[in-house]
Design a protein around this ligand. Sequence first.
Ligand code: OAD
Length: 262
Amino acid sequence: MDPAETAELYKRLGRARRVAVLTGAGVSAESGVPTFRGADGLWRKYRAEDLATPEAFRRDPKLVWEWYDWRRQLIARCQPNPAHQAIAFLERRSQDFLLITQNVDGLHRLAGSIRMVELHGNIWRVRCLEEGKTTENLDVPLQAIPPRCECGGLLRPDVVWFGEALPPEALQEAFDAAESCDVLLVVGTSAVVQPAASLPMVARQRGAYVVEVNLEPTPLTSLANESHHGKAAEILPRLLAFDSAFRNPHSAFEGPGGPCSP
Ligand code: OAD
């Protein structure tokens, strides 16, 4: 990690009035949750794009629910990792903060994040197709596949599928944050799925300092002010001085010259 870049980020975070973070599947990779487009992205022979659609659900709700049941069982065994924790730490250190996540696994909340929009929903919620009612469902494994509501209606996961609109309030909140933040961290997303992929562009156009953390270069890399390549669970705690801040809780974001400055 280039110390000059870390110093710049520190300075920006020290001065920032609003901080935003956008995360994707890569932030949960170190927790053991498979990403969508990585080598481990397939379930049986299916890609996410084959199953996470209203058409797939209409055609074969049992198959789609079997995939979600598999993912829920897998996620239930996972714990937040140091990347999730560093983001929760950043929230506590920031005046005005919003975490925008594309993840449906709920690990950010488990790590202590509060001010958050889940753009693609949450895998631990279900929605009745008859009543439209949304409820929490933590059954692992599911008692019946496909699960049904008390009213007899078919339940679906309360997540956003390909071809569906994102919840308008969540989307508005995410774009408001991108337009008004001073610093945007973009962590573990391939930055190809819209509209989330536009958020860093909007932030950059409005003058925010955009920092990417990803295992590899993405379409965002050339646009970001800084790009750090490697595992988020290793890079983020160092980048945000999460480790050292634990040793000295008053040190973070005091800017160059502060106790924790590189
Ligand atoms: P992807 O699977 O498309 O991308 C994951 C990104 O994380 C890739 O760019 C990887 O290089 C990076 N990555 C993997 N391991 C990492 C690690 N340990 N540290 C840092 N980065 C790592 O996932 P998303 O970008 O989240 O939507 O995908 C966006 C949306 O497409 C998902 O929310 C989902 C999906 O299909 C829906 O289901 C609607």
